[in-house]
Design a protein around this ligand. Sequence first.
Ligand code: B12
Length: 134
Amino acid sequence: MMNNSTQERSRVRKINKVVLSIPNLRWHKTDFTVWTLHPYNLCLLSAMIQEEYDVAIVDANIDNLSRNEFVIAIQREKPDVVGISILTNEYGEAGHIAVKLVKDVNSNIVTVMGGAMPQCLIRRLSKIRMLTML
Ligand code: B12
């Protein structure tokens, strides 16, 4: 029989694979400036965790991935966690689309959103059930 601390540990999932991603901002809108963001934020985060986790970067914005191509990349990488970076409110919807696409692949994938936009809108975003963490 398991004691409480063993049960507690067994509920904590082991994280092996982390995907860091910038969603394609064109999923949200194409009638404004199409920004080609340099993914240095994802590279910084990757450098911080790559000794502990297997990290892949899926930059859907710079590679202009369609939603389907993004889904294929998530299926290929089989992540335990997907970190999504969003710079501004104006393109926040692209982040929500990315979360939905990830959860459609596998609802057990932990989704984390970070960047300037979630920092500004933490209260509003905390109401989104699909998003595991901010
Ligand atoms: C440089 C910059 C730009 C650059 C883009 C830089 C790039 N990546 O290529 C350019 C000039 C393109 C740009 C454009 C715009 N910008 Co700008 N920009 C900035 C600025 C000055 C710095 C951002 C930055 O690069 N920081 C350095 C990186 C390393 O930090 P970071 O991205 O925040 O990432 C760190 C953390 O947030 C976190 N993090 C990031 N992602 C993730 C993901 C996960 C999962 C986790 C855990 C953590 C995490 O870890 C990173 C490392 O510490 C900020 C002001 C600021 N101080 O943040 C404004 C700012 C983000 N921009 C702003 C705006 C409004 C815009 C525009 C909409 C302007 C316009 N009207 O066109 C556009 C939109 C671009 C877009 N597509 O979203 C606003 C956003 C306000 C808001 N609430 O929406 C800001 C906050 C300025 C302001 N005070 O008004 N911008």
